[in-house]
Design a protein around this ligand. Structure first.
Ligand SMILES: [Zn+2]
Length: 221
């Protein structure tokens, strides 16, 4: 299992699937599971509440059937009262739980699948013909993925530093835009948006900042 508290992994997953997604990974049941099973695990109080409601429904059906057959229903009536109370208590607790809907679960699973972080098996029920998707996490590729992202970021930083080194910049004092020297000559050193005189911009500080970031990357590489 990957370490979700590692800041690199946490940051990467947060961008990819958000807080709900991280909660899902943290609580993902073992083995191959359906999206509904995952959803139930993520919403334990809602699952209890739904089970209690189902129990009430089932008992009411039994009572009706017993009455039709002219059977004694006293015991069942007592059971249904208790079940109703359970259902009520369960419902009262729901406020403590942030719901993660089945739709959200499916969306997260889909993104994870696209990034090869889940394995999915399809199963067709012989009787109903329904397709069931069974999911399993496989986050092994995440280190590789983060490495790739870091390399891309590093390349972008180096490219940006080159661009800053090789150009002279002019900016509009109203912050409309930033132009390189050749572009500024084309507009006769006037802002093409608001008409103000463009001014030379010293980018030494920005270049230092870029150097710092590049060094940080090289140290951790
Ligand atoms: Zn301007």
């Amino acid at each position: 299992m990957i370490n979700l508290d590692d800041p690199l992994i946490h940051g990467y997953l947060l961008r990819l699937i958000g807080e709900d997604g991280i909660t899902l990974i943290r609580n993902m049941p073992e083995g191959e599971v359906t999206d509904e099973e995952i959803c139930n695990t993520l919403n334990p109080l809602r699952t209890i509440s739904k089970a209690a409601d189902d129990k009430v429904k089932k008992l009411n059906i039994e009572i009706k059937a017993a009455k039709e057959k002219g059977e004694e229903t006293k015991k069942l009536e007592k059971d249904v009262k208790a079940a109703e109370k359970e259902a009520e208590t369960a419902k009262a607790n729901l406020g403590d739980e942030k719901e993660i809907t089945l739709n959200t679960v499916r969306k997260i699973l889909f993104i994870l699948y696209e990034n090869k972080f889940t394995i999915c098996h399809r199963e067709r029920d012989a009787n109903s013909g329904w397709l069931t998707f069974r999911w399993m996490l496989n986050m092994d590729g995440i280190y590789h993925q983060i490495e790739r992202e870091k390399k891309k970021l590093y390349r972008n930083l180096v490219k940006r530093k080159e661009y800053e080194d090789n150009n002279i910049f002019y900016v509009c004092p109203q912050n409309c835009l930033r132009l390189v020297f050749d572009e500024a000559t084309e507009t006769e050193f006037l802002c093409p948006l608001c008409g103000e005189d463009l001014v030379f911009q010293d980018n030494e500080q920005f270049k230092e900042l870029l150097d710092q970031r590049i060094e940080e990357f090289e140290e951790t590489a």
